[in-house]
Design a protein. Structure first.
Length: 282
């Protein structure tokens, strides 16, 4: 699997992470107890099975403190591991490895947790035409990395922010004077900007179909209404996205209604961290 990692955002992320972890004095434990010239080898190991994401960020964390650190990837991003599997090997100054360890593992465990959760959702809807998709419910400052992890897990990305697509939600509709008025104003953005409108009733969907939209978000609809919505849009070139009350227990049934996309904030805001550790090997 080839994934485009947002490498341009790494320096700023590491600035923040190391500023809060090293502070003004640095790693006083390692600096006091370990000779400056001591060298070590270490393995990054999965304690639990899962899917890996975030290795470029972990590698950058070690090399941020010492560019000469050797970082060897054993399992690439997008790969699956069993408990006990080596993910990567690190070699360099012992102080550097220990000082960067927590930052590297925090990112790697968090992103791998998202990839693992996404993989579970993607596997649950195999055999249907639907795709699982993330939302903007992300950790501030980590959105691009978290959305990358969703891709590593086999999911799709929704819009990255308020700037790259129009999503007309219930409050926009209420504030603008109705679905039609909101869509007409949104079209002023030009032909290159996609427009999606959120509806929670079939009557709203029927109204929205009178206007040119690229996608419709079906919010918290019953399975029966989702199936009816699919029938209503069968002859139209419109993407149907189901959202709300999406869990591993419900996602397959939602996918079977015929919707194109199923979005879930849980992929990013509720994924458990994948337990990953670092062990000195010499």
């Amino acid at each position: 699997m080839t994934l485009a990692f947002p490498i341009h955002l790494v320096p700023a992320a590491l600035d923040t992470a190391f500023a809060e972890d090293l502070g003004l004095a640095g790693d006083i434990t390692s600096n006091l107890t370990i000779p400056d010239d001591a060298r070590a080898r270490a393995a990054i190991v999965a304690r639990k099975p899962g899917r890996i994401a975030g290795l470029p960020l972990a590698e950058a964390a070690f090399r941020r403190l010492d560019p000469d650190v050797s970082f060897e990837t054993v399992i690439a991003d997008g790969g699956d591991v069993e408990a006990g599997s080596e993910i990567a090997r690190v070699k360099g100054k012992a102080r550097t490895i220990l000082s960067a360890e927590r930052v590297a593992l925090n990112y790697l465990g968090h992103l791998s947790g998202i990839a693992t959760a996404t993989r579970a959702y993607a596997q649950a809807i195999e055999g249907t035409s639907a795709k699982i998709c993330c939302t903007r419910k992300t950790t501030p400052g980590l959105r691009a990395f978290e959305k990358y992890a969703v891709l590593a897990g086999g999911g799709m990305n929704h819009r990255f922010g308020l700037f790259d697509a129009v999503l007309i939600k219930d409050n926009h509709i209420a504030a603008s004077g109705g679905i039609g008025a909101a869509i007409k104003r949104a079209r002023l953005a030009g032909h290159l900007v996609k427009i999606e409108v959120e509806v929670d009733r079939l009557e709203q969907l029927e109204e929205a179909l009178h206007y040119p939209v690229d996608a419709v978000l079906l919010d918290n609809m019953s399975l029966e209404d989702l199936r009816k919505a699919v029938k209503m849009c069968r002859e139209r070139n419109i993407i149907l996205e189901a959202s709300g009350s999406v869990t591993l227990d419900t996602v397959h049934a939602i996918a079977e209604t015929g919707v194109n996309v199923i979005s879930s904030g849980a992929l990013t805001h509720s994924a458990s961290v994948l337990d990953i550790g670092l062990d000195f090997t010499g």
